[in-house]
Write a protein that binds this ligand. Structure first.
Ligand code: NAP
Length: 315
């Protein structure tokens, strides 16, 4: 196919969607290039045990699974650039993709940049990031051995984090803003059955303490029903309130919803720009699973391949 000047396929993003897209494109002899980002691996790098990815009956650690996916894509000739994309020009083909170091050209582009952890937005939260405020229980839980921590959120992530933290912390307080959980009932049942976890509902964090002291010593909570405030002594404040898609680079070019998720055609990964496909969490605010991300990466690759084959046939 083409030389290295204009790539057949550039994949932006090194998560399950990006590596699966690359695996398929590589096996189709398209010599894909993955610009995987400096911190490749995506959200699974900050996940603990993955028990719901088919093919791992005993479960697998997220980073191990990502390393496996990357190795599998590499086996068929995928090339990797371990750098962040800083800008794209999708006004015409070939598309231009720039990192700080180089500009790359592609006939087709697969956007698989995923999503990132959402922040609550408190000034004290920002001030204490890395000083007791964490967005990754799996990464940081071990620092809180024998201590008391809080987890904010009511989805599967928050409950999973709370359960994981009980392996290290003496006590975990799960703080949720409503009195009903978004998480799956089985997760709620596990959390309720865990003696180390206390559940506080209809509560929101008002301030993480103590920004002046330079480390987390507690949190001031407000009851959303009564307006009453109370303080909880903790040394770890774990935020698990969902994610934002990494689409800033693409918003000027690609159709997106109000939350910034890229819009793809139904039953397709095609965006509004012919030749640009989107796969994984960057276009999926509903399922957001590694397996669905990988599946849409496969779809994107097949669609890119078909488009290139049709174009080759025309010429
Ligand atoms: P999520 O389902 O969107 O839940 C976010 C939670 O944070 C919600 O309970 C939400 O409250 C709360 N929240 C949002 N903004 C907040 C704020 N500013 N202050 C306080 N609370 C706030 O996100 P997620 O838990 O990260 O899960 C994302 C997806 O991944 C879901 O589809 C989930 O099922 C999936 N997931 C699956 C597994 C698994 O199967 N093992 C593990 C983790 C995640 P409200 O409920 O009031 O909106």
């Amino acid at each position: 196919m083409s030389g290295k000047g204009v790539r057949n396929v550039i994949v932006i993003g090194g998560g399950p969607a990006g590596y699966t897209a690359a695996l398929y494109a590589a096996r189709a002899m398209l010599e894909p290039l993955v610009i995987e980002g400096v911190s490749w691996g995506g959200q699974l790098m900050i996940t603990s045990e993955v028990e719901n990815f088919p093919g791992y009956p005993e479960g697998v650690l997220g980073p191990q699974m990502m390393s496996d996916l990357r190795t599998q894509a590499e086996r068929f000739g995928t090339e990797f650039v371990t750098d962040d994309v800083v800008s794209v020009d999708l006004s015409k083909r070939p598309f231009r993709v720039s990192t700080d170091e180089q500009e790359l050209l592609a006939k087709t582009l697969i956007v698989a940049t995923g999503a990132n952890a959402r922040q609550i937005g408190l000034a004290s939260e920002l001030a204490l990031q890395g000083k007791g405020v964490s967005y990754c229980a799996v990464c940081d839980a071990a620092f809180f051995r024998g201590q008391e921590v809080a987890v904010i959120g009511g989805g599967d992530s928050a409950l999973e984090d709370a359960l994981f933290l009980t392996r290290f912390a003496d006590k975990v307080t799960l703080v949720h803003r409503r009195d009903e959980f978004r998480a799956a009932p089985i997760m709620v049942a596990r959390v309720e059955a865990n003696e180390k976890i206390e559940i506080l509902t209809s509560m929101v964090p008002e301030e993480v303490l103590d920004p002046d002291g330079g480390r987390v010593t507690g949190v001031r909570l407000r009851n959303t029903k009564t307006g009453d405030t109370s303080e909880l002594e903790i040394s770890g404040f774990f935020v698990a309130i969902g994610h934002e898609p990494n689409t800033a680079l693409f918003l000027d070019w690609l159709d997106h919803d109000e939350a910034g998720y890229l819009i793809t055609r139904p039953r397709s990964t095609a965006t509004n720009v012919p030749g640009v496909f989107a796969a994984g969490d960057v276009q999926d605010s509903v399922y957001r699973q590694a397996i669905t991300a990988a599946a849409s990466g496969c779809m994107a690759s097949l669609e890119a391949e078909r488009m290139l084959a049709a174009e080759e046939h025309e010429h």
